[in-house]
Design a protein around this ligand. Structure first.
Ligand SMILES: Cc1ncc(COP(=O)(O)O)c(C=O)c1O
Length: 406
């Protein structure tokens, strides 16, 4: 899709607006499955926390994807989008035993990430097959908030606790069908990932009834020209060989699972916002847009650098701008970025806005969450309307006594 299509969608559906390019999602899915074509049984569980619009879930289902859900509500959304329970994995962190039991009763594969719940669940439901999340204590890279493999991390069962884990499994007689790891987002070095995979293989040797190994995700995507990205083809080549050799040793064709979020949807997303005001101060030129970190929190939360283009006037002379939002606290999308000359009313386009963007949006400052559109077969489809004032009031309950006394 081209910049002119984005401008036209902003005119048609208003701003701010999220737009997703279906063709990019489809091609990323194919790229990943092609990279692992030498693995007999491959399963992709799309990490729907990245972007959970039902239309996106439907699109990925058509590609052949399954789902990775982290809350019972995500499971329900997945079912609503047409996935069957056996196409959904539940890989939560720190949720209650009751929630795990409820999801398990729906027929969804559960993944348990701590010994306490494992023991309780195994004692009550020894016949339900379970997957276990191991923490290999390998750092993938990226922002501290998304690095989950380190020794102090709250995620998974430490690989050093494997003897305790095996004791629980033996005592409860539960069936372990899968082992899972997720080293965190932004894998920079494939060798580090392969090292973590070896730890998973090692752990797998302790369980005799496995059906799959889940390597999580964390594939890094480029955010700007010449940015580092995970070399999926190289990873596919090296990990497939190692995985196939392990299956031979284990004596069974296990399923290799990945659960990518960012890789599938990040680059497919564009966030469009209109410039409300250009404000020149003594040191900086600010471009203030009709949005803020309520709609796109990643720059403020993770320090992520989304490339920004002025798609209304892409050929203008470049100047330096700080792009800021309208939230009543520091709300900066970019500092001193080179962007084609900006006029009030121009539409700015933020790239890599598919993953963890809309799904992290809030109503802070009592603003509406924006609309979302899907660009499919050369046409824009509204897949979520912008919220309205009724949405802000929904579920609010004014105090009856005060209302009555007025
Ligand atoms: C357990 C788990 N799996 C998969 C993902 C998806 O990671 P990414 O979006 O980097 O592919 C995450 C991200 O937080 C995760 O925590």
């Amino acid at each position: 899709m081209q910049a002119k299509d984005l401008v036209q969608l902003a005119e048609q559906f208003g701003s701010p607006l999220y737009v997703y390019d279906a063709a990019k999602i489809q091609s990323q899915y194919k790229r990943l499955t092609d990279a692992f074509s030498k693995v007999e049984k491959l399963r992709i569980n799309y990490a729907m926390k990245a972007l959970s619009n039902v239309a996106i879930l439907q699109l990925l289902r058509e590609c052949g994807s399954c789902l990775d859900a982290v809350s019972i509500q995500e499971v329900q959304l997945g079912l609503h989008a047409g996935y069957s329970p056996d196409q959904i994995f539940f890989t939560p962190n720190g949720v209650s035993l009751e929630e795990i039991e409820e999801v398990s009763a729906m027929g969804v594969q559960i993944n348990i990430d701590n010994l306490s719940i494992l023991e309780q669940f195994g004692t009550k439901h020894p016949n339900v097959p379970v997957c276990i999340r191991i923490n290999p204590h390998v750092m993938a890279g990226g922002n501290a908030n998304i690095s989950v493999g380190h020794i102090d991390s709250k995620f998974g069962i430490s690989v050093h606790q494997l003897p305790h884990l095996v004791r629980i499994v033996e005592n409860t007689k539960m069936k372990i069908v899968g082992i899972h790891m997720h080293t965190g987002s932004d894998i920079l070095d494939i060798e580090v990932f392969l090292y973590a995979a070896e730890i998973l293989f090692d752990a797998a040797r302790s369980f005799k009834e496995l059906e799959f190994l889940d390597f999580g995700s964390g594939f890094k995507v480029p955010y700007k020209k010449d940015d580092i990205e995970t070399d999926i083809e190289e990873l596919g080549n090296k990990l497939s060989k190692r995985f196939n050799a392990f299956c031979k040793e284990y004596g069974k064709d296990l399923t290799l699972i990945f659960e990518p979020g960012k890789f599938l949807v990040s680059e497919a997303g564009y966030f469009l916002a209109k410039v409300n005001v250009v404000k020149q101060t003594t040191s900086t030129v600010f471009a203030g847009i009709d949005s803020g970190f309520n709609h796109l929190i990643r720059p403020m939360f993770y320090g992520s650098q989304h490339h920004i283009e002025n798609i209304s006037h892409p050929k203008g002379k470049e100047r330096f701008y700080s792009v800021v939002g309208y939230i009543c606290e520091t709300d900066t999308f970019a500092n001193n970025r080179r962007i084609s000359e900006i006029n009030e009313g121009d539409i700015l386009c933020f790239k890599n806005a598919g993953a963890y963007c809309f799904s992290m949006a809030s109503n802070y400052n009592s603003r509406y969450k924006p609309a979302e559109a899907l660009w499919l077969n050369g046409e824009g489809h509204l897949i979520r309307a912008q919220e309205t004032f009724e949405d802000l009031l929904k579920n609010q309950i004014p105090l009856p006594s005060l209302v009555a006394s007025e």
